[in-house]
Unconditional design. Structure first.
Length: 135
């Protein structure tokens, strides 16, 4: 593993840590009733969340198996797909929270948490792609 990739993983870990701490603080802004409503509204949608990512990964594996020469471009496409999926999901969840009437202070903190989370993955993904294209 290159030093740059190690740095990318450290950046990802730091972003995940800060995102999680901001998210926990944001939950403190909600009443018990709002926490229950948040859980009810978003717990069902979480079980289908990994399906597009798993389908993308399965596609990457299939391309790598059938045409090994296309494994690097397929990996780049998979990483870009994953990053767009993260950002799209964040935007969708935030929009759903707004339309459901959750407090603006909570949404603001949650939004900050998600953008830090996404930033960590984007930076780590960019380093992965750079390392792949460099070699």
């Amino acid at each position: 593993m290159s030093d740059l990739l190690g740095i990318g993983l450290v950046i990802l870990a730091i972003c995940l840590f800060f995102s999680r701490s901001i998210s926990k603080e944001a939950l403190e802004l909600l009443s018990a009733r709002e926490k229950l409503r948040l859980n009810r509204e978003f717990s069902r949608s979480g079980r289908f969340y990994p399906i597009p990512v798993l389908a993308g990964f399965a596609g990457y594996m299939a391309i790598t198996y059938v045409h090994p020469a296309f494994s690097n471009p397929a990996f780049v496409v998979f990483i870009v797909f994953f990053l767009f999926f993260l950002v799209f999901t964040s935007i969708r969840v935030i929009g759903r929270m707004k339309s459901s009437g959750f407090p603006e202070a909570y949404i603001r903190e949650y939004k900050q948490s998600r953008w830090i989370y996404n930033l960590g993955f984007v930076l780590c993904g960019a380093i992965l792609i750079y390392e792949l294209l460099k070699s």
